[in-house]
Design a protein around this ligand. Structure first.
Ligand SMILES: O=C(O)CCC(=O)C(=O)O
Ligand SMILES: [Fe+2]
Length: 210
């Protein structure tokens, strides 16, 4: 029997080299007020090696914020890559390039920065917010998120109230928030009581969007 027609078996073997799928397979979910979400589960295959790298010593740091007159740790670790800093795994550089190529006609500029978040377990989370620092406060843009490790839920809800949507993000899954999504909707990764391992979220954004 030849293996030529069975690439999926190779993908499933542990230790398979990381590879990217076809972005044209992403499914677009139009939201209200000019927002949309593209979802492509399993965009990255063979993600274990990428996760290993990301869980290593890449300079994760805790951020502290002032809350009710006290300094408290943000419940996740952060690492920010500006556009000139090499990313810690070649697959991520390829991913940024492919996203730029695929979305260029709509986005009109490249994805440049990579913000990374490490959710160590189910107690780590991010509260409801939009990425509205910089140009995204006033203009349509895109934020592309590739997820590695334990599955977590990304929730979305319209600002000012309305039903929320749930997108499960597993190992190698892609979600792209586009259009007015950062201004007119909010997103969150809620805590979970389920026993979950670490998850790393890699967010690609254009210059001056955060
Ligand atoms: O964990 C995620 O995928 C979402 C992270 C996020 O919304 C942010 O850092 O702005
Ligand atoms: Fe965000």
């Amino acid at each position: 029997m030849t293996t030529a027609h069975q690439p999926s078996l190779l993908d499933m073997a542990s230790g398979a080299a990381p590879a990217l799928g076809d972005l044209r397979a992403a499914v677009r979910h139009p939201l209200t007020r000019g927002a949309w979400v593209d979802h492509l589960p399993g965009w990255v295959s063979g993600s274990d090696a990428v996760l290993d790298t990301l869980l290593g010593d890449i300079g994760w740091r805790a951020e502290r914020v002032r809350m009710y007159e006290r300094q408290v740790d943000v419940p996740r670790l952060l690492r920010w890559y500006g556009q000139d800093e090499p990313l810690p795994h070649a697959l991520l550089t390829d991913a940024r390039e492919q996203l730029t190529r695929h979305y260029a006609p709509e986005l009109g500029e490249p994805f440049t920065t990579a913000g990374m978040c490490l959710y160590r377990d189910g107690r780590d989370s991010v509260a409801w917010h939009g990425d509205t620092k910089g140009r995204s406060a006033a203009s349509d843009t895109m934020v592309a998120i590739v997820s590695f490790g334990s599955p977590r839920i990304l929730m979305l809800r319209p600002r000012g109230g309305g039903e929320s949507l749930r997108f499960p993000l597993g190992h190698g899954d892609l979600i792209v928030m586009g259009g007015s999504c950062q201004r007119t909707w909010e997103h969150a990764v809620p805590k979970t009581a389920r026993p979950v391992g670490p998850r790393v979220s890699v967010q690609f954004r254009p210059h001056d969007v955060a």
